[in-house]
Design a protein around this ligand. Structure first.
Ligand code: HMG
Length: 392
């Protein structure tokens, strides 16, 4: 039965890393044609973490502005979605809970299902708020995507976090019912516990994603969802921004619609501005797309956005969101642009050193050099424990 109260995203804030590598630098190193990166996959640069940054520091940096604007009194749950976990047992969100000084009367949990985890977190949060509309849920999606040097996936690396406050009467976007769901057991992309870099079958992953577009849309339609023409924009998971275009063309073909390239660009183009320069941020990627759309598009009040969340392995969900009138007064557009512009460009040698960096696993004391100018940092490792601190 559809929810009678409006529940959705009340506030949204993004964070990324200290450093950035351009695809021009990567292409100059590996001999690739820059056109393949910039036009073929739609990527211009990728965020790279400093040695003292990780999913926790990005997550805390994304969530801190939300807590400056809203009291934490109504937040009783923190959901942290990631596939770049820093521990196999303890939820990374507990470090964030501590860094942000959240109340002890909070439940904190980590969720994983590749890039789909952020959407699982959002939908679970909507259900919690439905149970008690006085509560708010802090949903954080934070990831670093890392592939082997020289592999086809290398050009799609990136890093970012998105924090969302989910509440009743949301100021930004209401999450609508129904959802279209799809799961299939495929090995298109995975990362065994003993590896720091992901394994991927590139062609299979694109085909699995497109199958999921069909599967979710079929289920969404069968459950009484809106028709294609009712959507003003489509926000797809973006492993690389060209994938959003491919996915939308596929959806139009599946629905028997004529494909007009200009219309496809208008439907997905505004969602790609941040992902094109940040790279794949896995769980955060689709919500970076939402941030870019809200920050940069003309007034979307009362307009409906289609969301297609895909996580390899594979789980996907299609749902609609309706933009709240007056939402523009609650955006963080200038701060989001600053997240991108503050990153320092690094050369290939520095990128390679970051890529190859690994902590010893002997449980010794390893202070980390002070590099980030962000608000939180990983101070070091001590006795197998990660130590985080505020930078000022
Ligand atoms: P590749 O195989 O080296 O690239 O890597 P390619 O040869 O397929 O070229 C890419 C595109 O550039 C092609 O366009 C070329 O034609 C074009 P398309 O035919 O696909 O439209 N191109 C050029 N365009 C302009 N000027 C040129 C030029 N040269 C070529 N000079 C691949 C591509 C995606 C396989 C690789 O980047 C990869 O392995 N990426 C990682 C996997 C991935 O991102 N998969 C996407 C779907 S799975 C997913 O989204 C989930 C994920 O986020 C993980 C999770 O869920 O946790 C990955």
């Amino acid at each position: 039965m559809p929810s009678e109260i409006a529940i959705g995203i009340h506030d949204l804030s993004i964070a990324s890393t200290q450093y950035m590598l351009t695809h021009a630098t990567l292409a100059a190193q590996n001999g690739a044609n820059l056109g393949k990166y910039e036009r073929g996959i739609g990527q211009r640069s990728m965020s790279m973490p400093a040695l003292d940054e990780d999913i926790v520091t990005m997550a805390a940096a994304a969530a801190a502005p939300i807590l400056q604007r809203h009291s934490a009194d109504r937040i009783r749950t923190v959901v942290f979605a990631t596939e770049s976990a820093v521990d196999q047992a303890k939820a990374a969100g507990i470090h964030v809970h501590s860094l942000l000084g959240l109340p002890s009367a909070t439940r904190v949990v980590e969720l994983k299902q590749a890039c789909y985890g952020g959407t699982a977190g959002l939908q679970f949060a909507v259900s919690l708020v439905h149970r008690d509309p006085a509560e708010q849920v802090l949903v954080i999606a934070s990831d670093l995507s890392k592939y082997d040097l020289g592999s086809p996936g290398e050009a799609t690396q990136g890093a970012a976090a998105v924090a969302m406050l989910v509440s009743a009467a949301p100021a930004l976007v209401r999450v609508d019912e129904p959802s279209g769901l799809f799961t299939a057991d495929v090995m298109d992309f995975w990362r065994p516990n003993y590896r720091t870099t992901a394994l991927v079958d590139g062609r299979e992953s694109i085909s699995a994603y497109l199958q999921a577009v069909e599967g979710t849309w079929k289920d969404y339609t069968e459950r009484g969802g809106r028709s294609l023409g009712e959507f003003s924009a489509f926000c797809y998971h973006q492993p690389f921004t060209k994938m959003a275009h491919k996915a939308h063309v596929h959806l139009l073909n599946y629905c028997g619609r004529e494909v007009d390239t200009g219309a496809v660009d208008r439907a997905v183009g505004p969602t790609t501005a941040y992902n094109a320069v940040i790279g794949n941020s896995y769980t955060a990627s689709m919500y970076l797309g939402l941030a870019a759309l809200l920050d940069n598009a003309d007034d979307l009040s009362n307009r409906t956005i289609g969301f297609l969340s895909y996580g390899s392995g594979a789980v996907a969900e299609f749902f609609a969101g309706t933009v709240t009138p007056g939402y523009r007064a609650h955006l963080r557009s200038a701060a989001h642009r600053a997240v991108i512009s503050r990153r320092q460009e690094i050369d290939y040698a520095r990128y390679r050193a970051i890529h190859e960096h690994a902590f010893p696993v002997d449980g010794g004391n390893y202070p980390v050099p002070r590099e980030t100018t962000g608000p939180f940092r990983l101070a070091g490792l001590s006795g197998h424990k990660r130590i985080y601190e505020l930078t000022s």
